[in-house]
Design a binder for this molecule. Sequence first.
Ligand code: 0O2
Length: 206
Amino acid sequence: MEEWSIFLAPYRQAVEELKIKLKGIRKDYQITSQSSPVEFVTSRVKPVQSIIEKASTRNIPYDSLRAQMYDIAGIRIMCQFVDDINVITEHIKSREDMRVIEERDYIENTKESGYRSYHIIIEYPVESVNGKINILAEIQIRTLAMNFWATIEHTLNYKYSGEYPPEIKNRLQNAAEAANLLDKEMSEIREEVQEAQKYFSKKRNI
Ligand code: 0O2
């Protein structure tokens, strides 16, 4: 277990740093009273048990974990509107403190389950007393509606391990479609929502 905590130390460091940095985007927008593309940011380091299981199912040797398992450090950025995802993605690509390795567009290419989200794999340098380590991290960017669906589906997955009874599978697909529709409707009324937000921010002075 001691070895795992040493192995995971740079990942823990990375998620803390990345969370602060990406939350900073929200603050930058708020300072200028612009509506932020970032609603909130969460992070996690993959639990050891999940690392072991994934390494086993994907045949990843332990000494290749740093190079091959890209989601040990995970950051999730939630936004209000689908268009915000592109704004955040472009911002991440333009940053000099991380390097984009790969992009996976599960919005354009919705998964069969109904999962939608935009994934970016980055390389991120972590400085420690032993020098610099470049680690891989996965940033998932999604709307609040996509997140709502994914959170419920993820919880159900624990119970059914992906083997859903047909009725639940069907309902999940319907719910994914409803979330998609909600995103589309919200985009349509975006301008009105943003005007209202500007008004409330000024009023509350936040
Ligand atoms: P957790 O619990 O989130 O840490 P690959 O073999 O590389 O194609 P991989 O590694 O599963 O497949 O990558 P993929 O498909 O890009 O998915 C990575 C992560 O996206 C998952 O992490 C989930 O967080 C999320 N995700 C992907 N598909 C679904 C889905 O159908 N439903 C939900 N709720 N989330 C999904 P993990 O490893 O599952 O674990």
